[in-house]
Design a protein around this ligand. Sequence first.
Ligand SMILES: O=C(O)CCC(=O)C(=O)O
Ligand SMILES: [Fe+2]
Length: 263
Amino acid sequence: MKEATTEFFNLPIEEKEMYAMPPNDVHGYGHAYVVSEDQILDWSDLMYLLIYPTRCRRLQCWPNTPKGFKDIIEAYSSEVNRVSRELLSSLSVIMGMENHVLLELHKEIIQGLRMNYYPPCITPENVLGVSPHSDSGTITLLMQNDDVCGLEIRHNGGWVPVVPKSDALIVNVGDILEIWSNGKYKSIEHRAVTNKNRERISYATFICPWDDVEVEPLDHMVDHENPKLYKKVIFGEYLRQSLQRKMEGKKHTLMWQELIEYE
Ligand SMILES: O=C(O)CCC(=O)C(=O)O
Ligand SMILES: [Fe+2]
């Protein structure tokens, strides 16, 4: 997976543009969160593919080069899908439910793969690879290069690097798990910084509920001491709203909390 993806991003731009993301779309090769002509873009390219359910795939966006890349993506993603189902099952138990509950709440898992490519940057202090944000789904499973740092998480008002470990996936809590758990598990604010000498690639698999799933704090996570903190959202609408905004850390989740206070 790592070799094939590196080869893909190192192809001439004309070849990568054969898979270009259409305007107002998220599939294919391009750039995330482009919301205005005059914004400063993040120092990265990406390739986004919807993997599951298979009937939703846009196969014309799946790269033909390098040879066999499609099969590699398929094999990698089906293993990550297996791991994510195990994680949802354990999380259900940790949250005091039967092991199938979180998976069922998704109706059908939507799984997306975002491959982020960060070229070296001669002035890394002036740009970000990815601006601060939290992921919108339930959980994210992230693989990164073994030997190039870049990912940082927000902790105590500062940024802490997540040092790569070979053969390890990083699991991020996303906004939907934050809502279901009524804020017990907070989605993690994170960003990626760039590097002067080395390119870096990361592979983020987003696990999300089906588009029309209504998400709100689970009944048993709300009680006298833990009043309901989030209002109900429809996942698809929530996702589209967050894609239309320039990333600004976790401001969007705070916004709903305010909404509920004023309701
Ligand atoms: O490159 C990274 O480590 C982070 C990527 C990321 O946050 C994302 O794709 O949502
Ligand atoms: Fe992210």
